[in-house]
Write a protein that binds this ligand. Structure first.
Ligand SMILES: NC(=O)c1ccc[n+]([C@@H]2O[C@H](COP(=O)([O-])OP(=O)(O)OC[C@H]3O[C@@H](n4cnc5c(N)ncnc54)[C@H](OP(=O)(O)O)[C@@H]3O)[C@@H](O)[C@H]2O)c1
Length: 176
């Protein structure tokens, strides 16, 4: 199962520079709980904007696959630095498909679900390549300041569950 997880506001805004446009600690906690023990797939830019980067360059308790056109260089830099790579990674790969097949081969205990967690380029890529089975969207109420937007949710996707949480709703979308 490949699940895309994103938080967007009423304008489909998802980012402000390299950061999120809002502070929603409860939603981040829910994201952590939801993704522990899974494989998470991020774009290189989102990976470098993790709050713990560079001290801890991965989300703990999850296998971290990072999509980059420079996978060879990042992997070589790690090897040259003699860095001990934790099982969580980060693992650099040039495609989402390779992220999935690598995790299946090397970390079978983490592949019950693949979580596509952004940013915009990686969301677009996953949707374009029809790699998404389900979307879990935190719809943050209102309008915010920022400059990175989620693409239009294609009409084939319908909301199958909605959980209100005050300032936001968590909505599951599935393909009709
Ligand atoms: N609201 C949310 O839920 C949420 C979640 C995540 C991120 N965000 C926001 O999203 C923004 C970042 O998104 P972004 O679109 O700028 O960056 P991104 O998708 O995180 O990463 C972009 C990078 O991914 C790699 N990439 C993209 N397409 C590729 C392809 N076809 N093949 C191989 N590699 C590819 C490239 O890395 P290289 O340059 O290394 O080749 C590219 O620079 C930030 O504002 C962040 O806060 C929001």
């Amino acid at each position: 199962m490949n699940t895309l997880i994103v938080a967007m506001d009423d304008d489909r805004l998802i980012g402000r520079g390299t950061e999120l446009p809002w502070r929603l600690p409860e939603d981040l906690k829910a994201f952590r709980t939801r993704t522990l023990g899974r494989t998470v797939i991020t774009g290189r830019a989102t990976w470098q904007s993790l709050p713990t980067y560079p001290k801890r360059p991965y989300l703990d308790g999850r296998v971290n696959m990072v999509i980059t056109r420079a996978a060879n260089r990042y992997n070589k830099d790690l090897a040259d630095a003699g860095a001990q790579v934790d099982p969580e990674g980060p693992w650099f790969v040039p495609t989402i498909e390779l992220a999935i097949s690598t995790a299946r081969r090397r970390f079978p205990e983490f592949v019950e679900e693949f979580v596509i967690m952004g940013g915009r380029q990686i969301y677009e890529l996953a949707l374009r390549r029809d790699l998404v089975d389900r979307m879990i969207v935190t719809h943050v109420h209102g309008h915010h300041i920022g400059d990175v937007y989620f693409p239009e949710i294609p009409p084939a996707w319908t909301a199958t569950d909605r959980q209100p949480h005050g300032a936001y709703d968590i909505v599951t979308y599935e393909k009709a």
